[in-house]
Every structure is written in C-alpha cells, then in structure tokens.
Design a protein around this ligand. Sequence first.
Ligand SMILES: Cc1cc2nc3c(=O)[nH]c(=O)nc-3n(C[C@H](O)[C@H](O)[C@H](O)COP(=O)(O)OP(=O)(O)OC[C@H]3O[C@@H](n4cnc5c(N)ncnc54)[C@H](O)[C@@H]3O)c2cc1C
Length: 280
Amino acid sequence: MALGRSLRNVLIIDSGLPCNIQTPHSHNFITQDGEKPDVIAAKAKAQVLSYDTVKFHTGLAVSGKKNEKGFEIITQEGEAFKAKKLIFATGIKDIMPNIKGFSECWGISVIHCPYCHGYEFRHQKTGIIANGERAFHIASLVHNLTNSIIILTSGKADFNAEQLAKLNKHNIKIIETEISEIEHENGYIRNVVFSDSSKLDFTAVYAAVPFTQHSDIPFTLGCEITEQGYIKVDNFQKTTIEGIFACGDNSAMMRAVANAVYSGNLTGAMANKELTNEQF
Ligand SMILES: Cc1cc2nc3c(=O)[nH]c(=O)nc-3n(C[C@H](O)[C@H](O)[C@H](O)COP(=O)(O)OP(=O)(O)OC[C@H]3O[C@@H](n4cnc5c(N)ncnc54)[C@H](O)[C@@H]3O)c2cc1C
C-alpha cells in the first residue's frame, strides 16, 4: 500500500496459501479482532488494488535472477516479470509432525500462540506438545490463562532442575509417553492418544512445530539466512542483497498479522526511499 500510494508500479505475485488458512478466527490484530483470515486478506487485497499502480497476479514464483537493471522472477507457468526491487513477503511453512489428526486440528484447537488463540481457550484443559526451553516458555505464558496444563514431551523430558521445580510449583505435569493420535471432531480436539493406548481429553493443545521457508528464491539470489531459519534483515527490512527486502513471518520470530502488517508497511516506505534516492 505504501508503494502504491507513492505511485510506484507494484506487482504482487501470490500463490494464495497463507499459513493461517485453516484458522476459523484471527485474533489480536486491533480493528480486525475475531475476523476470518480470508476476510482480512480479501479486504487488504481490495484496498491495495484500488490504487492503479498496484497489480495482482495469481501464481507461484519459482525462480529469480539478478540482471543489470534489477531482477527477473519466473513463475511456475513460465511467465517472467522484471522489477527494480524485490520484496519477499512469502511467509513460512509449518512442518506437521507424523501424528494422525494433528494437521486437521492445526490452527483450530492445536494452536501455536497464546496471544492469537489463548483467550478463546482460557480456563480449559490444555496440553502443550513441546519439550525443553520451548515447552517451559509456552507453559509460563499459558499458566496465566488456565491452571489445567499438562506438558506432552512425546519422548524423554528435557528440563533443568530449576525449570522442573517451577513446573512442579504450578502443578504442571509432564507426560513422556509417545503420542500416536489426536482424536478430534472437525478439527476440535477430543483426546490425545498415546502409544500405550491410554488417552487424555483436552480442549486445546499448544504445539511448537518446526518450519521451513515458503520460498527458497531469496537464498538462491544470495540472501543470508539466520541461525533460526529466518531471512536476515536489518532494521529497515533490507536483506543482505542490495535491492531485496523481506517482511512478515519469513524474517521475524514474532508471528502475528499485526507484526506482518507493520513490517510490510516499513518495507514499502524503505523500498520507496531507495527508489527515490536513485532517482532524485
Ligand atoms: C495456524 C495459525 C494461526 C494463526 N492465527 C493468528 C491469529 O489469530 N492472529 C494473528 O495475529 N496471527 C496469527 N497467525 C500468524 C499470522 O497468520 C502470520 O503472522 C501472518 O499470516 C504472516 O503473514 P505473511 O504475509 O508473512 O505470511 P503468510 O500469511 O503465510 O502469507 C505468505 C503468502 O506468500 C505466498 N507465497 C509464498 N511463496 C510464494 C511464491 N514462491 N510465489 C508466490 N506466492 C508465494 C503464500 O501463498 C501466501 O499467500 C497464525 C498463524 C498460524 C500458522
């Protein structure tokens, strides 16, 4: 939007697979709290496309190359688009564990973030599928929302003595038995089933899952990646390659629509500033 309003010609190439596609309601983005993700996205799309300078192309970008004037992006359909600057707002892909029922519940009752969905599951029987530092961090945040928490490590628990003492103090049990299935109805969890056939009923489960970048084009163009797997950017969303920016989930640990909007807004202004500096 910042670029469109600055009369820069913008082409958005989008394959239409955002990470929150399965979530019934998106929370914690002021003015849109509780709205369906696709409604927020449709409104955003309509607003940016009301500027003549912004065009939308449905498709998957599969490769990119640098040339003297800027960059060229090629789509799966073989189309080629040239641009002076590139902005990657490509997000990340969550890697679902091999647990029956897990992916069907993802974003509905198996959730990643207490800020996004914790309030809706307040005071409910809650599991945390994670281990070590990550599980401890989630437990400490979720404890304020419910006092019924069990950590499910699905393998040997990995906590230090101090962490164990705190978990114990707050009556947070740890179960190490391997998880074999999540029983659910339309994505709403009923039971976690363990490898010894025992079951525990939960209303919600937090899960820390690994991720991969949605697009590898930034890296084939030479952008550096951080140790945690994010595209490396500076305070102005510039990657380590001149002329390439990144924003949203692909370059930030704090995963929220409001943060993606903020970093996108900043990126628009910074890309416009670069173009301005080159022309003025
Ligand atoms: C299950 C779940 C629930 C969530 N719930 C909330 C919530 O309630 N509140 C909240 O604030 N946040 C929530 N989030 C976080 C929020 O959805 C993200 O922070 C936000 O969507 C990030 O926006 P993004 O544009 O960076 O990435 P995405 O929304 O993932 O969008 C990336 C887009 O880039 C496209 N793309 C990727 N690669 C290519 C390519 N090569 N060519 C063309 N297009 C490409 C994708 O198709 C997609 O449309 C949730 C996340 C998850 C996973």
